[in-house]
Design a binder for this molecule. Structure first.
Ligand code: IPD
Ligand code: CA
Ligand code: CA
Length: 259
């Protein structure tokens, strides 16, 4: 199989999902609650995932799928597509224009491709293993900042509002006391990672993310020259994880605060 076809399929699927996002954005949608009262789902999430799987299956009928909204039967393929059909659902449900679609491809346990599309801004971020990271065909790289002071950081809050959330609030205080420029909370982990990859921010952390939230963003950050790890600097697998992403130069300083 020509690897160009993986990128072609992922970009086509992401753009199709983007059309669905644009169709439903700012409409009065029925909002359903999945687990906790903060974990929402809309018709746009469900329709996008169906479309993405349909497009990719058109290219690769035998591949595996892990999606946020549906369960899929396992095949014996080495390839798994990891899909967040709408990352930033809470924003979307409040007509706040910060959300995207995130699609990654893993061969066995190794990420080989990531595509993230922000339909409202028409920003397509993508990366293939060892081929660099791009935003709308332009190569992107992480920021040059090499200390926390003066860095812009991003964080996120998982749906659990327990001890981990309290700890994140505490870590925010600690970072702010180290003279960082600021902390942002955009509400879309996939875009947060893209913003680190293209240097709009220098670091990001979140105490729990699912593989569909971070997989595409992880390879995009790494291919842009950045670093992604767990909170103790360990490699992360494609499982629910604590995520620290940075331009690499401030990674240890971030870990020092987050450990
Ligand atoms: C959420 C967003 C958010 C992050 C949450 C995620 P969803 O994904 O990425 O930024 O803080 O942890 O679950 O539910 O909008 O796809
Ligand atoms: Ca998500
Ligand atoms: Ca989602």
């Amino acid at each position: 199989m020509n690897s160009k076809e993986y990128l072609e399929a992922a970009v086509l699927a992401a753009k199709e999902a983007g059309k669905i996002h644009r169709k439903y954005f700012n409409q009065k949608l029925k909002i359903n609650i999945k687990g906790t009262p903060f974990d929402l789902v809309t018709v746009a999430d469900i329709e996008s995932e169906k479309k993405i799987v349909e497009v990719i299956r058109g290219y690769f009928p035998g591949h595996n799928f892990v999606g946020e909204e549906e369960q899929y039967d396992n095949t014996d393929s080495q390839y798994t597509w990891i899909i967040d059909p709408l990352d930033g659902t809470n924003n979307f449900a409040h007509s706040l224009p910060i959300f995207c679609v995130s699609i990654a491809l893993a061969k066995n346990d190794e990420l080989i491709l990531g595509v993230i599309y922000d339909a409202l801004r028409d920003e397509l971020f993508y990366a293939e293993k060892n081929k660099g990271a791009f935003l709308n065909e332009q190569k992107i790289t992480v920021s040059d900042i090499n200390k926390l002071a003066g860095s812009l950081l991003i964080t996120g809050f998982y749906y659990d509002r327990g001890k981990d959330m309290m700890e994140t609030l505490d870590k925010m205080k600690q970072f702010l006391q180290l003279n960082i420029t600021g902390i942002r909370r955009f509400g879309s982990a996939a875009l947060d990672l893209c913003y680190v990859a293209c240097g709009r921010a220098s670091g990001f952390w979140e105490y729990v993310l699912n593989p569909w939230d971070f997989s595409a963003g992880k390879i995009i950050v790494e291919e842009a020259g950045g670093e992604v790890s767990g909170r103790y600097g360990e490699n992360i697998s494609l499982q629910k994880s604590y995520i620290v992403a940075s331009n690499g130069k401030i990674h240890n300083a971030m870990l020092e605060v987050l450990k």
